[in-house]
Design a protein around this ligand. Structure first.
Ligand code: HEC
Length: 181
C-alpha cells in the first residue's frame, strides 16, 4: 500500500520518502506541514519578535517598573481601606454588645470560625473557655481583639486578621466578651 502511494506521487515535490528514514521497511514521507500549523508557528515567531522589540528597546515597562506600579497600586488600595475602616476603641467594641444586629453578625462569624475550638457557648475545648472569667491574654476587649487579630500561633490559636474584616473582628471580640456574663 505505502509503496504504491510513493510511486503514485513520484512527481510531487513532497510525497517522496525522506532518504535514510527507513525503519524496517516503513518509510517516512516528506509531506508538507498543515497550513494551520505553519501559520501558528509563524504567528509565534512574529509575536516573539514584536514582544522582544517592545520590551528590549525600552518602550515597554521592565519587570522592576511593573513591580513598582503593582506595589504602588496595592499601597493605594491599603491606604483607601485603612481610611474607610473606622478604628475600634474600647467604647466602640463595648457598644457592639448592645447592638442586636452586630451580635447576630458576630454569632454567625463565631459559629463558623471559632465554635469548633471554643465551643458554641464559649465553654472551651481545644481553645480556652470564655465563660470562666480567666483570661490568659487580658480580659479587656482590646486585648481580646488583639488575640483575635494576631492569634497565639504557638498555642494553636490562629491569627484572623488576614481572613476577617476589621469590623467583623471587633464585633466578634464583643461577642466573646459577652460569654463571660
Ligand atoms: C484551631 C482552634 C482555634 C480556633 C478555630 C480559634 N481559636 Fe481562639 N484559641 C485557641 C487556643 C488553643 C487558645 C489558647 C491560647 C493560649 O493558651 O495562649 C485560644 C485563645 C483565644 C483567646 C484568648 C483567651 C484568653 O484566655 O486570653 C481568644 C480571645 C480567642 N481565642 C478567640 C477566638 C476567636 C474569636 C476565634 C474565631 C474567630 C477563635 N479564637 C478561633 C484555639 C482556637
Amino acid at each position: 500500500m505505502s509503496e504504491d502511494k510513493t510511486q503514485e506521487n513520484e512527481n510531487s515535490p513532497y510525497d517522496v520518502p525522506i532518504s535514510g528514514h527507513d525503519y524496517d521497511g516503513i518509510q517516512e514521507l516528506d509531506n508538507p506541514l498543515p497550513g494551520w500549523w505553519l501559520y501558528t508557528f509563524f504567528g509565534t515567531m512574529i509575536f516573539g519578535f514584536i514582544y522582544w522589540v517592545h520590551y528590549e528597546s525600552g518602550s515597554g515597562p521592565s519587570n522592576e517598573e511593573r513591580l513598582a506600579a503593582s506595589l504602588a497600586l496595592i499601597q493605594q488600595q491599603q491606604a483607601a481601606t485603612a481610611a474607610a475602616a473606622p478604628g475600634f476603641d474600647e467604647a466602640a467594641i463595648l457598644a457592639f454588645m448592645d447592638s442586636e444586629e452586630a451580635m447576630l453578625r458576630a454569632a454567625e462569624q463565631y459559629n463558623l470560625r471559632c465554635a469548633a475550638c471554643h465551643g458554641l457557648g464559649g465553654e472551651g475545648g481545644i481553645g480556652s473557655s470564655f465563660v470562666d472569667g480567666q483570661w490568659t491574654h487580658g480580659e479587656d476587649v482590646l486585648s481580646i481583639l488583639k488575640v483575635i487579630q494576631k492569634g497565639v500561633l504557638e498555642k494553636g490559636m490562629p491569627a484572623w486578621e488576614a481572613m476577617m474584616g476589621a469590623q467583623d473582628m471587633a464585633e466578634v471580640a464583643a461577642y466573646v466578651k459577652r460569654f463571660e456574663k
